[in-house]
Design a binder for this molecule. Sequence first.
Ligand code: NAD
Length: 393
Amino acid sequence: MKIEPKIRGFICTTAHPDGCRENVRRQIAYVKSQPKTDGPKRVLVIGASTGYGLASRISAAFSCDAATLGIVFEKPSVRGRNASAGWYNTAAFEEFAQADGLYAKTINGDAFSEEIKQKTINMIRQDLGTVDMVVYSVATSRRTAPDGTAYSSVLKTTGGTYSNKTIDLTTRTISDVTIEPAAPEEVEATVKVMGGEDWEAWMHALKNAGVLAEHTVTVAYSYIGPKLTHPIYLNGSIGKAKQDLYETSQRLSREIDGVDAYISVNKALVTQSSAAIPIVPLYITILYKIMKEKGLHEGCIEQMYRMFHDKLYAGQPALDQQGQLRLDDYEMQEDVQQAVMQAWTTLSEDNLAQIADIDGYWEDFYHMFGFNVSGVDYDADTDVEVSIASIQE
Ligand code: NAD
């Protein structure tokens, strides 16, 4: 059948298997074009199917020649309907990894559950013995905790209300938006979903099961960004969760013998998660424009390759004063931020097209779901049913 993009709000409800495969192929080709990394050899990636997690898995496999076990939460094709983009990405990843003789297996299910943790432990025991790296890259708005309580995260401020410009990317119009402060229980729920509790539970479960190597590196991802997004991000409900993630990294390094836990602060990029944050997409479109003009723009794969090759596994890890890896170094460069701020203050609907890279935003958005990828024949009949060789549900 022919597959068309169907966009609803911040997501696309369809995905194109050939386009997703091509995206994965290109990310792998990028990594293969770069110098190899003397890095980990058996890597568990939790949240491995899209965005930063997928790029981490690709970098580990194709730059370090690592065996990878991926944990994902994706929809297979049911009754002729589309699978999710992350499903197709995973199928493509496994196909390319196996063609290169690399171990790659995937478990599809809720990473927050005990059941998936246990399945993962069993699979590591059976196939790998131990893992020497754990990447935690889960991004979601919902979590059911082990006691059965369901939590939903919010994207709100924590101080007072905050007003600034935002963009409707569909109509390409600018408006003012006011974001309300989160109630204390909403902040608490956001920390439950996007904070460090589950990462910590994973690391303790893996350690107790004896499936961590003598020296294991673990990394989770965060964001800081410029002042204008601080009320909604750094100081907002999501920022509280990221603070919790940071404190978790410190605790993990202190409390689990042989574990070095890091936070990598990454660049703002279009992913399924970031599209939903108010104000941030407008900032991203301006940032893209400026970083592309300066030749500094990176996608998930360039960021994650750089994390492995330049920051984590180039001798001593390159850390900031808080002990974090800074992959947002180009984004936060003074000349970049000055240019963004200047653009932000002069921005209007009349000059929007010159100041913001909205086409670039949409390009990335469509690409995430495998659409508008050059070289893919979208008129061809495509089979939506794509199987993943190793998948365990
Ligand atoms: P994403 O939406 O592209 O990826 C999320 C991944 O989590 C997917 O593989 C998905 O399958 C998996 N997942 C979701 N719920 C799950 C569950 N219950 N069980 C198992 N897997 C589950 O998101 P992303 O933007 O790559 O975000 C990854 C991390 O990077 C997050 O911590 C995010 O805050 C951080 N980050 C993102 C940005 C950005 O601009 N996108 C910037 C800096 C840091």
